[in-house]
Design a protein. Sequence first.
Length: 340
Amino acid sequence: MRYPEFLKEQGIIGFVAPSFGCATEPYASAFANARAHFEKRGYGVRLGPNCLLDKGIGISNKPQLCARELNDCYGDSDSDVLISCGGGELMCEILPYMDFEAIAKAKPKWFLGYSDNTNFTFLSTTLCDTAAMYGPCAAAFGMEPWHESLQDAFDLLCGKTIRIHNYDKWELESIKDETHPLEPYHLTEPTYIRTFPEGEAVLEGRLLGGCMDCLVNLTGTEFDHVRKFTDRYQEDGIIWFLEACDLGVMGIRRALWQMRHAGWFSHVKGFLIGRPYCFGQEMFGLDQYQAVTELLKEFDVPIVMDLDIGHRAPMMTMVSGAYAKVHAGNNSFTLEYEWR
């Protein structure tokens, strides 16, 4: 596994928009404030050509131009790390224009983003054997004040920590809008972490995952080299981290069924499941827990659910491809990275 260099003091943060750009409110103002935050801390900033655009369908620009931006910014020396402007809907359409062979040969560079950015964080790992960070996008760093999770993400990007942990409360409804673009997370719901089977869960292995909406879309395509990846790291074993945006409980169940039958879960050590955006949904007697546990119980590994991963803020930053040691119990969760 290739690990990029961490962001040094006075380093250059590059921003790219392979999915949505920060062209509309509240994202435009939040992104501007995020850049101001980083500059006050002594970092330089560089904007890719699509960061402030809204010319594409579900992404910032035409797929070819989004791919060109990411290819160029990943391979150049103008920035030390990359942070995606935002998530979106159709980043998958840039993939035929991505030069993953060049990325695999280039000096590795940290890429941070989540949701639709799974299309890069996941493939950077499985195609290029290069670690990437699944965590907050650029506009989130514009909030006032920063939530602890944002400082944790930035500390991880700077190599100042190897440990992440859960947070006490989470956001059910955001109060950020066009006239209040810098509002912090609206944390009203107490955290309750579930483990299946009940009790402590202690495991270690190599992390892999992202947003299931994107992952199931990649399953079975020419970009699906997951079985080769899991076989290559079978001695470490794989810890899958998964979360969902638009998928309801039936969609989650179908996605897991497809990934399972594509052979993705070979050599699995455990599953870390984020709160779905459709939190609390039930259909035909199936809830968000049964949608996962009934399909995955055959693997006889720990399943930890309702974690701070993904679309229900705040989020822990998961490093795709990294080796990790996990402990869950007594309504707490900790994960320590090993860069090996």
